[in-house]
Write a protein that binds this ligand. Structure first.
Ligand SMILES: Cc1ncc(COP(=O)(O)O)c(C=O)c1O
Length: 411
């Protein structure tokens, strides 16, 4: 298997994708701003890396600092929990805020939220449930990292590591929630389960709106030509593609090329884009990869139409590409700031490095992929580091540095 496989999306459509997503994202952002520990995460420019790789500019949105949870995922779970509570209280989404939901806790009673997770989503849900005075029960797939289990338990949630692969753990959590009459807050959608995952995607929109504003004040090279988006079930990539695409479009910027990135072992979006019809494909097998957050074999039903219409290309990559990205960000070029980025967070940087590497001869695999993407000296590339060192053992082994202490919860 080559380190990188790439396929052009032959079903890409022109025009705005889901312009309404920007409006919903604005409501989510207003709510997020009321949460303890809320702050925009940094958009970091890496001029040294851009010069080394031969592109015009590289920007990284650093989600390792989000709410003290080391990943962007709390954005989705907190907005979904808020929307669930808002519905029970008869509150419109515009009226949701932290203080109001906390004050309504006696009226609501104690609710139990259930989910399955590779780590980050469950930690985000456990945090959101605790913050708003409720309980969370979290199921994890076989092989879950001890540090990720501990981080979920630290948020007061009950966490059970199953012997199942990710997609089966999701089915298990759904069945458990039905039995308990609890509320399933899952970050992927299927037939008949769409409302809560759509709120989760709206919540990710906060990140997109922040990024659009930060890019707008970044100077003449701040209009990205290429945006690399990691995909597990595809909710993150679809949400960012739609809401960032809409926000950039509204500012008059040309539409960037959105490119999905997945591990070879869990490449459901890549397979679906390659198949080039209306049906998403699944990825069979154990889904074993270093990139735990991306270890998902089934594309979300809500994400698929957006990815199908909006991606320029899809990539599947080896674990070594993620390792390369982690090292590149941790040990930057002179003058660039170091970034703590975990396996699933750094894979976009590793992909960019692979794409821009010089090769003997003009027709090497990287050169062909660059041509397919239209990537070169004039390109501005946006990467989103979606997590920090959420598995410190792996991060330390790969980078040779000591991982920072686990982020404190934002309360
Ligand atoms: C760090 C990180 N990046 C990216 C993703 C991908 O998100 P999605 O599953 O919505 O595609 C995840 C999912 O858990 C993640 O944890």
């Amino acid at each position: 298997m080559p380190p990188v496989e790439i396929v052009r999306n032959r079903q890409r459509q022109a025009g705005p994708l889901a312009p309404e997503m920007a409006g919903s994202a604005r409501l989510a952002r207003k709510f997020h701003a009321t949460l303890p520990g809320s702050a925009s995460t940094p958009l970091v420019r890496l001029p040294g890396l851009a010069a080394r790789l031969g592109v015009r500019a590289v920007f990284v949105k650093d989600e390792s600092q989000r709410f003290g949870l080391e990943a962007f995922k709390g954005l989705g779970s907190s907005w979904a929990v808020a929307r669930v509570l808002g519905e029970r209280l008869g509150l419109a989404p515009e009226r949701l805020d932290f203080a109001g939901l906390r004050a309504a806790r006696p009226q609501l009673g104690e609710l139990t939220f259930v989910t399955a997770t590779d780590g980050n989503h469950g930690r985000g849900l456990a945090w959101a449930a605790r913050l708003l005075g409720h309980r969370a029960r979290v199921f994890m797939p076989a092989g879950a990292a001890a540090a990720r289990v501990a981080a979920i338990r630290e948020q007061g949630a009950q966490c059970v590591v199953t012997d199942l692969a990710y997609d089966d753990a999701v089915r298990h959590a759904a069945a458990h929630a039905r039995e308990l009459d609890a509320i399933l807050v899952q970050d992927t959608a299927w037939d008949g389960y769409e409302q809560i995952p759509s709120w989760i995607m709206e919540g990710y929109g906060t990140l997109a709106l922040e990024t659009a504003e930060q890019l707008a004040v970044s100077g003449p090279d701040g209009s990205p030509s290429h945006i690399f988006l990691q995909a597990g079930v595809g909710s993150f990539a679809a949400a960012v593609l739609a809401s960032l695409g809409a926000a950039l479009g509204a500012s008059g910027a040309p539409r960037p090329a959105f490119v999905s990135v997945e591990p070879h072992a869990a490449d459901c979006v890549f397979r679906s884009i390659r198949a080039a019809d209306e049906n998403p494909r699944t990825c069979p097998g154990s889904l074993e990869t270093l990139m735990a957050g991306l270890s998902c074999g089934e594309v979300s039903r809500l994400a698929w139409p957006l990815l199908r219409a909006g991606l320029a290309a899809a990539c599947a990559v080896s674990d070594d590409v993620a390792r390369c990205g982690m090292r590149l960000l941790a040990r930057p070029e002179a003058g660039d700031p170091p970034l703590v980025s975990g396996e699933s967070g750094a894979v976009g940087a590793g992909l960019l490095h692979w794409l821009m590497q010089p090769e003997p001869g003009a027709r090497g695999a990287s050169a062909r992929a660059r041509e397919l993407l239209g990537l070169g000296r004039a390109s501005t590339v946006l990467l989103i580091s979606t997590e920090g060192a959420t598995n410190p053992t792996v991060w330390e082994a790969v980078t040779g540095d000591a991982a920072p202490a686990r982020g404190e919860p934002g309360s």
